[in-house]
Design a protein around this ligand. Structure first.
Ligand code: NAP
Length: 312
């Protein structure tokens, strides 16, 4: 690995990989850093049906793999490492990773978001022992078993429907009596015989004895307690931005989303933020890719201006 690049991109989800395709094609020396496997959320998503060009949809891991291949084709280097901070050294942006410091004139932050936690007893204790945020990874452990999904958004319904291929029953637990998810997913979920719905219900505790065995529930309106026997519980209650490593450097909203303008420029020249990490993202694969392209074009312009100023 070299130490000096034109542009460093932190996070290899659809936003980061698209940005790297664009910067690679612009012949900018590009380093793409990812702490897990490339793909971000789509690497653990079932079928993606709303990314244009795939008339019958495409499996998330397949789309992710194709994006990675395309990214490498245009010359981006990839580094598997965790970023724990960024500092400024004149016009250089220094990225501190587990594998040492790397430097570039421009940085694009595309570190995305991770699944929010319920914060109830048993959630962390039984993570990987019945509690999961990844139906694609774990559904096969629950063949003919009852499972629950918590949440009422697109992710909960998408992944709940995927789980019906394996589980005996999928109970969707939602804190309100109306779903947030898009209509087509709602229609499918209501038509699926294996799906049941517990409305106005919150999870109080995840119980088990080594592995998950039941949930303690409460009616959000009446306060009435109940319990549900399940062997798995899949939690899809929204996303939390992965921006801790930038605290104090870039302005953010209260939730930790980075503030940017329409060109994905942050308040710090030479640092751009795009995709789920930024405020007001549409949080779709297609808009994530669009954000990545916008940021890469802005980086190209920024570097051209720097070179012009330096008389290069
Ligand atoms: P989301 O749209 O923010 O929905 C989160 C759901 O969890 C909401 O129903 C919310 O309830 C519930 N919730 C939040 N906090 C909770 C808590 N503490 N306890 C219980 N329930 C809680 O999140 P998402 O479904 O993960 O989706 C994230 C983004 O990705 C969205 O923009 C979505 O459109 C996109 N996405 C799209 C697709 C697709 O198009 N197929 C698939 C996956 C994700 P309330 O409704 O009461 O707020």
């Amino acid at each position: 690995m070299d130490k000096q690049y034109d542009v460093i991109i932190v996070g290899a989800g659809p936003t980061g990989m698209t940005a790297a395709i664009y910067t690679g094609r612009a012949r900018l020396k590009t380093l793409l850093i990812e702490r897990m496997t490339p793909g971000g959320q789509i690497a653990t998503t079932s079928t993606v049906e709303n990314y244009p060009g795939f008339t019958q949809g495409i499996e998330g891991p397949d789309l992710s793999e194709a994006m990675e291949t395309q990214t490498k084709r245009f010359g981006a280097e990839m580094l598997s490492s965790e970023v724990h901070g960024v500092s400024l050294d004149g016009l250089d942006r220094v990225v501190h990773t587990d594998d040492g410091d790397v430097t570039a004139r421009a940085l694009i932050v595309t570190s995305g978001a991770e699944h929010a936690r319920l914060g109830v007893p048993g959630e962390l204790e039984y993570m990987g022992k019945g509690v999961s945020n990844c139906a694609v990874c774990d559904a096969a452990f629950f063949v003919d078993s009852p499972v629950a999904v918590v949440g009422g958004g697109d992710a909960a319904l998408d992944e709940g429907l995927f789980l019906t291929r394996y589980a005996s029953k999928v109970t969707l637990i939602h804190r309100r009596d109306q779903l947030r998810a898009g209509k087509i997913l709602q229609e499918r979920a209501f038509a699926e015989p294996k799906m049941e719905f517990q409305w106005d219900t919150v999870v109080e505790r995840i119980n088990g004895n080594g592995v998950v065995s039941s949930l303690s529930l409460k009616n959000a309106k009446t306060g009435a307690p109940s319990s549900l026997e399940v062997e798995g519980v899949f939690i899809y209650i929204g996303l939390t931005p992965n921006s801790n490593f930038l605290q104090g450097l870039l302005p953010m909203d209260n939730a930790g989303h980075i503030l940017v303008n329409a060109w994905m420029e942050t308040a710090v020249p030479g640092i751009f933020a795009a995709g789920d990490i930024r405020q007001q993202a549409a949080r779709q694969v297609v808009s994530a890719a669009g954000d990545g392209a916008t940021a890469a074009l802005a980086v190209r312009r920024y570097l051209q201006e720097l070179r012009a100023k330096a008389g290069e």
